[in-house]
Design a protein around this ligand. Structure first.
Ligand code: NAD
Length: 345
């Protein structure tokens, strides 16, 4: 039976993977994140399963390869934490391109509703038998403009929800969809026109700090910012300044630039050594969740199903439809062999 080292395990991962694995792989669950320091835990394993805050840099890749690992199965869609250049030709990397765009979009819209109508504050008040509603005023979303950056699977699901609320949708994407039933605008124009800006593009060199100080200056006063994609899309210091200046009326964040060492863990008894995060959390108009937008039963079941299916294809010598590699992660380049016909290398 093939052995799989499973990193950054949480109870819900183990529940869904054990249920869907049903004994087909010998899965070794580790609570540790996968890093250069922990990669040797995969000694003797045929494959490794990793998640969003693991650090699969060159050193980690080299250790995995030297320990005999041949496949890295990311149980997530994003892969900005993998050094593809180091992995190319040695370690196949597969991922779960879509497990439930609805889970993430519904959470993103939930964050918007929460910061707008101040549900987090109302919840705390009524638990304390404080039934005052002073300071809880929001805005109608109907008729307002939402700017969607990245109109892939999650962006589209978000657009459907926003339309249901009667919002005007504008969007920006490097690769606009043909026949879209919403308006694409240049990024600067989207920043100027939007009452709500929601990020749904991946993190890459071209999207790092896509919302930086200059971008915040172009926005309408009183804009809402929603980020369920990756923390480093937003320059945190610039967001804090924009919150202080009331340029940003509220922010709903499921991700944070420096979340790697913090999110998914309980630090409630400790002093967090991250002043920017502490400042963000202290703002009454910021709602922060710890990268949980994907966390629905449907998504977890699909993640386990696709990840184990990717491993089945790998060990059966089949083409890997969900492979990503250095040569062309992102849109397929001419000559790419990935897909139904072949493997990346
Ligand atoms: P997708 O690949 O379907 O869509 C991404 C879209 O972004 C594409 O249309 C692409 O053309 C566009 N894009 C790429 N570069 C761009 C750029 N420079 N400017 C504007 N648009 C650009 O991906 P998806 O499934 O919709 O996921 C989107 C992101 O959501 C992921 O990359 C991941 O970071 C994040 N995510 C978060 C969670 C969570 O739990 N919070 C879960 C899943 C995914």
């Amino acid at each position: 039976m093939k052995k799989i080292a499973f990193f950054d395990t949480k109870a819900y991962d183990k529940y869904w993977f054990d249920k869907i694995n049903a004994g087909r792989y010998d899965i070794h669950y580790f609570e540790n994140k996968l890093t250069a320091d922990t990669a040797s835990l995969a000694k003797g394993c045929d494959g490794v399963c990793a998640f969003v805050n693991d650090t699969i840099d060159r050193q980690a890749v080299e250790t995995l390869v030297s320990e005999g690992v041949k496949v890295l199965a990311m149980r997530c869609a994003g892969y900005s934490n993998v050094d593809f250049k180091a992995a190319y030709g040695k370690l196949h990397v597969v991922r779960v391109p879509a497990y439930s765009p609805y889970a993430v979009a519904e959470h993103a819209f939930g964050l918007l509703l929460t910061v707008n109508r101040k549900l987090h504050r109302a919840y705390n008040r009524t638990r304390d038998f404080n039934f005052s509603i002073v300071g809880l005023t929001g805005i109608d979303l109907r008729g307002k403009t939402i700017g969607i950056i990245g109109t892939g699977k999650i962006g589209e699901a978000m657009i459907d929800i926003a339309k249901g609320f009667g919002m005007r949708v504008v969007a920006y994407d490097l690769y606009p969809k043909k026949d879209a039933d919403f308006e694409y605008l240049p990024l600067d124009e989207l920043l100027k026109q939007s009452d709500v800006i929601s990020l749904h593009c991946p993190l890459s060199d071209s999207t790092y700090h896509i919302l930086d100080r200059a971008a915040f200056q172009k926005m309408k006063d009183g804009v809402f910012i929603i980020n369920t994609s990756r923390g480093a899309l937003v320059e945190t210091e610039a967001l804090l300044e924009a919150l202080n200046a009331k340029k940003v009326r509220g922010a709903g964040l499921d991700v944070y630039e420096e979340e790697g060492d913090l999110f998914f863990e309980d630090y409630s008894g400790e002093i967090i050594q991250d002043d920017l995060l502490a400042l963000l959390v202290s703002r009454p108009n910021v709602v922060l969740t710890a990268h949980q937008a994907f966390l629905t039963e449907e998504a977890l079941s699909n993640i386990a199903e696709t990840t184990l299916g990717n491993l089945d294809d790998f060990f059966a010598g089949k083409p890997l439809k969900n492979e990503v590699c250095y040569y062309c992660h992102g849109p397929k380049k001419e000559g790419c062999k990935r897909g139904d016909q072949a493997r990346c290398f």
